[in-house]
Write a protein that binds this ligand. Structure first.
Ligand SMILES: CCCC/C=C/CC(=O)SCCNC(=O)CCNC(=O)[C@H](O)C(C)(C)COP(=O)(O)OP(=O)(O)OC[C@H]1O[C@@H](n2cnc3c(N)ncnc32)[C@H](O)[C@@H]1OP(=O)(O)O
Length: 359
């Protein structure tokens, strides 16, 4: 089977996750295959003999001759896949060897061009948010709030932005029983949402694919939301015996009006990206084929704006709401603590985990 554009983009993301530097030879090969896959045969003038780096790159690309773009794309995906598996097996062979380098298990966090990017990284679970991942997101946001970047971006690796709360979170019952679990979860959820409410810099969501549950509700706390036209927005709380969180009980009626918010939050209506944009939840929608390029070009331009001015403007815009948002968050968590113990919620969770239901 030929590698698709999605496979190619996933492979590009995978390269950033490699735990081990693959070495210059492999990096040149990756560069050449990437150029061939995206631009075709080498079309650049040959760099001078003393321009060592660019000449090495040119040589590698030029050596691919007239290799078709599709074949180059496939070879790129295959090469990344072989690198990913060998870097996984070598780190398994040396337990703990790469721990210090990789701070997060479920996120990839990078800082470049004044932008800190926090990428959900559980693509095989559709970026479902496990208990550990909630903690990691809070840590990453707190670190981003203090680093040198001017803006912070949250996005997902793979085809989903996030499928929301990992429903397996509720299977890890502590000695205190389900009541204790519900209490712990409410405390964690409240801290989690507070971290978004208090985030001091422009916070941007780059919604690369479908978003479910808490990954949708928290969008109401972002400063801008850019979405691929492949993204959908779904809050199936009633189907799961739940109730809204992430301050959506307040932000959604405010953003889209109570009637539209009801359709989403009570009846679980799934919105397309364009519908979510028309309702004001999404700032702008881009065709999936150009999504990453267009959004990152724009974000790079925004990240060059004066840092203090952006922070202060955000403060002015949000200040009046902060207290209200914290109160809403506390109330939603307290309601959910009871909901998690309800038969409606327990049955829905069991049905999903025993593979009897999906959204
Ligand atoms: C403690 C704080 C709590 C805060 C509360 C928040 C509320 C919410 O977030 S409610 C929303 C909860 N999310 C869901 O109900 C989504 C459940 N998932 C699905 O319905 C489907 O997986 C999907 C529609 C998202 C995707 O379907 P698709 O057929 O494309 O892929 P799958 O084969 O189902 O997914 C691959 C793999 O990933 C597992 N998985 C996906 N999402 C979740 C999830 N949210 N929780 C746990 N596991 C998830 C899925 O089971 C598959 O696993 P297997 O390969 O082992 O079958």
């Amino acid at each position: 089977m030929r590698a698709s554009q999605d496979d190619f983009e996933n492979a590009m993301n995978q390269v950033k996750l490699l735990k081990k530097d693959p070495g210059n030879e492999v990096k040149l090969k990756l560069y050449a295959l990437y150029k061939q896959a995206t631009e075709g045969p080498c079309n650049m003038p040959k760099p001078g003999v003393f321009d060592f780096i660019n000449k090495a790159k040119w040589d590698a690309w030029n050596a691919l001759g007239s290799l078709p773009k599709e074949t180059a794309r496939q070879n790129y995906v295959d090469l990344v896949s072989s690198l990913s598996s060998s870097s996984e097996s070598s780190s398994q062979g040396k337990p703990g060897a790469d721990r210090e380098q990789q701070e997060y298990e479920n996120l990839v966090v990078t800082s470049e061009d004044g932008i800190t990017k926090i990428m959900f990284n559980r693509p095989t679970r559709k970026n479902a948010i496990s208990t550990q991942m909630y903690q990691e997101i809070m840590l990453a946001l707190k670190a981003a709030s203090k680093d040198d970047s001017t803006i912070t971006v949250v996005t997902g690796n793979g085809d989903y932005y996030s499928s929301g709360n990992d429903l397996a979170n509720f299977t890890d019952i502590p000695p205190g029983g389900v009541e204790e679990k519900a209490k712990q979860s409410a405390i964690m959820l409240r801290d989690f949402v507070d971290t978004f409410i208090d985030f001091p810099k422009p916070l941007i969501a780059v919604v690369n694919g479908p978003a479910v549950g808490i990954s949708v509700t928290t969008l109401g706390l972002f400063d801008a939301v850019y979405a691929s036209d492949k993204a959908t927005f779904h809050t199936p709380f009633s189907h799961l015996g739940l109730s809204p969180e992430g301050c959506a009980s307040y932000t959604f009626p405010k953003i889209m009006g109570p009637a539209k918010a009801t359709e989403m939050l009570i009846f679980g209506k799934k919105l397309t990206a364009r519908e979510a944009c028309a309702q004001g939840l999404v700032t702008e929608v881009f065709p999936d084929s150009t999504f990453q390029k267009e959004v990152w070009t724009r974000l790079k331009a925004y990240s060059k704006l004066p840092q203090n001015s952006m922070r202060i403007s955000k403060q002015v815009i949000r200040k009046i709401e902060k207290e209200k948002l914290h109160a809403v968050n506390a109330e939603e968590c307290s309601v959910l603590q009871k909901r998690w113990l309800s038969d409606e919620c327990m049955n829905a969770t069991m049905n999903f985990l025993s593979k009897r239901s999906k959204l």
